[in-house]
Write a protein that binds this ligand. Structure first.
Ligand code: GLN
Length: 281
């Protein structure tokens, strides 16, 4: 019965120390049987096939190894946009909405603005900017594995985002100076020495999407240097930030000639994103 397999899954997750066992058991149950919370309540006595039961058990066991829930499900949504995810691509975080929020404010009343999303990963930011900001977005990603998900997510969402397989450290050369209204990036920003201290789940995510070099600032520095000349006068640069990185990134942006620099906090009160505008080029 649905109700019974749900309970077993939830209790197994709880005993294994998973933080939100009710929520995760519901996600896994829906993934395997197609029945979500409403069906569980209304039709809890519905039968579950042997193969569904076996699949649910194996996913539950795998989750106990701290393998990310999102990879088990294969899809995760960001701002209501369904995205395929799996090994090799960073899982979109809700925190990234803060970064998208700053971009959308800047894009207000500027439909069809040219934008680039650097280190685009699954395409979460790029797809949100196209959908909610009517921007013409190019998404740049270097990792082969992540690029596969980026292209798939663009196609599955029928988006017009352009996917560019390239290195943000060099591919600015193929963009025209003064041509972009917005540059946004959620770059790898974890200090190399701290990678091993991240949650067990994060250890399954691609290190390439996390490793920001010894200081954590490698990509901020390189993106500012390489890309600032590509902005139109009045164009904006927006970054997602790691904890404690706001002051230094602000200094880097100031030194590079950005003005009106401000940060936005996430629900945890951490300065999660920063925006600055380019007044002259
Ligand atoms: N938000 C991710 C984490 O804390 C880091 C993502 C990144 O480096 N851009 O695990």
């Amino acid at each position: 019965m649905l109700r019974e397999v749900y309970r077993v899954c939830r209790d197994t997750l709880a005993q294994g120390g998973i933080e939100a066992p009710d929520f995760e058991a519901l996600c896994l149950l829906e993934h395997v049987t197609g029945c979500g919370r409403a069906a569980l309540i209304a039709h809890g006595d519905r039968t579950v096939t042997e193969s569904q039961r076996a699949l649910l058990n194996s996913l539950t066991e795998k989750r106990l190894t701290r393998y990310p829930l999102q990879y088990l499900l294969g899809t995760w949504s960001f701002m209501g946009i369904p995205l395929s995810v799996g090994e090799g691509v960073l899982i979109p975080r809700d925190d990234t909405e803060v970064c998208v929020g700053l971009c959308l404010e800047h894009l207000k009343a500027k439909p069809h603005a040219a934008a680039v999303d650097l280190c685009a990963g699954s395409g979460a930011i790029a797809l949100a900017l196209e959908r909610f900001g009517q921007a013409e977005v190019t998404a740049v990603e270097l990792s082969e594995d992540a690029f596969y998900f980026l292209k798939k997510n663009i196609a599955d969402n029928h988006a017009a985002v352009k996917a560019l397989h390239g290195d943000v450290l060099t591919c600015h050369r193929s963009f025209t100076d003064g041509s972009l209204e917005l540059i946004v990036s959620n770059p790898p920003y974890i200090r190399r020495g701290e990678l091993a201290l991240l949650q067990a789940e994060v250890q399954y995510e691609p290190v390439m999407a996390l490793d920001g070099g010894e200081s954590g600032f490698d990509f901020y520095d390189a993106i500012i240097r390489g890309w600032r000349g590509k902005l139109k006068p009045g164009g904006a640069l927006v970054f997602e930030l790691g904890e404690g990185q706001a002051a230094h990134v602000k200094e880097l942006m100031q030194a590079a000639g950005f003005a009106d620099i401000r940060t936005e906090t996430d629900f945890g009160g951490c300065h999660r994103a920063i925006i600055g505008t380019m007044l002259s080029i």
